[in-house]
Write a protein that binds this ligand. Structure first.
Ligand code: ADP
Ligand code: MG
Length: 350
């Protein structure tokens, strides 16, 4: 991809490490009063302003988490920020600062890093977070980006994974499985391209799921929506690894089991038709696909009326006693299938 670009490219060595950091970060402005000191010192200074600090980190490694054959660099920068902000949102906290650390091989020109930072910049603008530091080093192979995100929130508003109680309702935002189907399209078209570079990729009509994969958004908006509805979740997690795996995390931490209703899992029409095209069960894509970055949470049954008709939320199940385990009620029957980290087990329980 990079080889296709003919305009002259700048080797990183031309700027040097400090010149590069300055070049990449000089456009970023500070938006939060909690950011006391930012890039340029030995460390940033954050003033939590009486709130609790939540902090999280994610590594994205080339060849493991992304393939530069089909992931545009700008989207990569954006997504690297978003996946961290999603973790902050899952604590019901407000993201305020990020740090960006990169190991980059000299096969990347400055212009490639500019694109990544353009994506990082857009995410900072959209989500109102400050870039306050990071680290830059060379790598002998490929690109690794590690982002650390910081969020602040009053202690009483924080939501963890361990507060779900028996009979609580299980709720999810948005729709699921789209990011996984988007990845299937990208991989299919990429292998067609590798086999014959003259073939035009067929991406038309798949916009929604491609965007779910390449340019996901973090549900930082849900915090306010829940406040307006006067609902505080009893437990919460973001859907990064797939619904099944997240349900098991809530179960494990909260010491309850869950009943999930297959027919309630929210799926976009395009996710369903594309899954059909690939001979996949769309519910399976939601359960084991991942990267949807929606929020999964539990609420007291007393709060049901408050969100029942809200377009952002779908009630997909409820908590049961831990001994009753984690099972999905299959569509059109009362049969139960055990939820496993990979999706669900073909073995049914009565
Ligand atoms: P040190 O030698 O103390 O680690 P650096 O020279 O690595 O400092 O970094 C100088 C400043 O630039 C620091 O504020 C650091 O947080 C910031 N910084 C370094 N790399 C990046 C990057 N890739 N993105 C944003 N800020 C960075
Ligand atoms: Mg450093």
């Amino acid at each position: 991809m990079l080889e296709d670009k003919k305009p002259q490219l700048t080797p990183i060595s031309e700027l040097g490490e400090f010149g590069l950091i300055k070049h990449l970060t000089e456009n970023f402005s500070i938006k939060n009063s909690s950011t006391e000191r930012s890039i340029g010192d030995d460390a940033a200074i954050i003033n939590p302003e009486g709130k609790k600090v939540v902090i999280t980190s994610d590594v994205l490694a080339e060849g493991v988490h992304f393939n530069l054959g089909y992931v545009p660099l700008k989207h990569l920068g954006y997504k690297a920020v978003v996946v961290n902000l999603s973790d902050i949102a899952a604590m019901n906290a407000v993201p305020t600062q990020i740090l960006v650390s990169m190991a980059v091989s000299n096969r990347f020109p400055v212009e490639a890093l500019d694109e990544i930072y353009d994506g990082i910049y857009r995410a900072c603008e959209k989500y109102n977070v400050d870039l306050v530091g990071g680290d830059t080093t060379s790598s002998t192979s490929g690109l690794v980006i590690t982002i650390t995100a910081i969020g602040l929130e009053n202690s009483e508003n924080l939501v963890t994974r361990n507060g779900a109680k028996t009979n609580d309702l299980l709720v999810v935002t948005g729709d699921l499985g789209g990011a996984y189907m988007g990845l299937q399209i990208l991989e299919r078209e990429h292998s067609v391209y590798l086999a014959n570079p003259n073939m035009q990729p067929e991406m038309e009509g798949y916009d929604y799921i491609l965007e779910r994969q390449l340019k996901p958004e973090a549900r930082t908006d849900i915090k306010k929506t829940l406040e307006e509805l006067d609902i505080k979740p009893t437990s919460m997690i973001d859907v990064s690894d797939g619904l099944a795996s997240e349900i098991l995390h809530l179960s494990d931490q909260s010491k309850v089991g869950f009943r999930l209703y297959e027919e309630k899992i929210p799926l976009d029409t395009l996710t369903i038709t594309t899954a059909d095209e690939f001979n996949l069960n769309p519910a399976m894509c939601a359960l084991s696909g991942g990267e949807d970055y929606e929020l999964l949470f539990t609420i007291s049954p007393n709060d049901y009326e408050k969100l029942r008709n809200h377009p952002d939320f779908t009630v997909i199940g409820h908590a049961v006693d831990l001994e009753q385990g984690n099972f999905m009620v299959l569509r059109g029957s009362n049969e139960l299938a055990q939820i496993t980290a990979q999706g669900w087990d073909a073995f049914l329980k009565k």
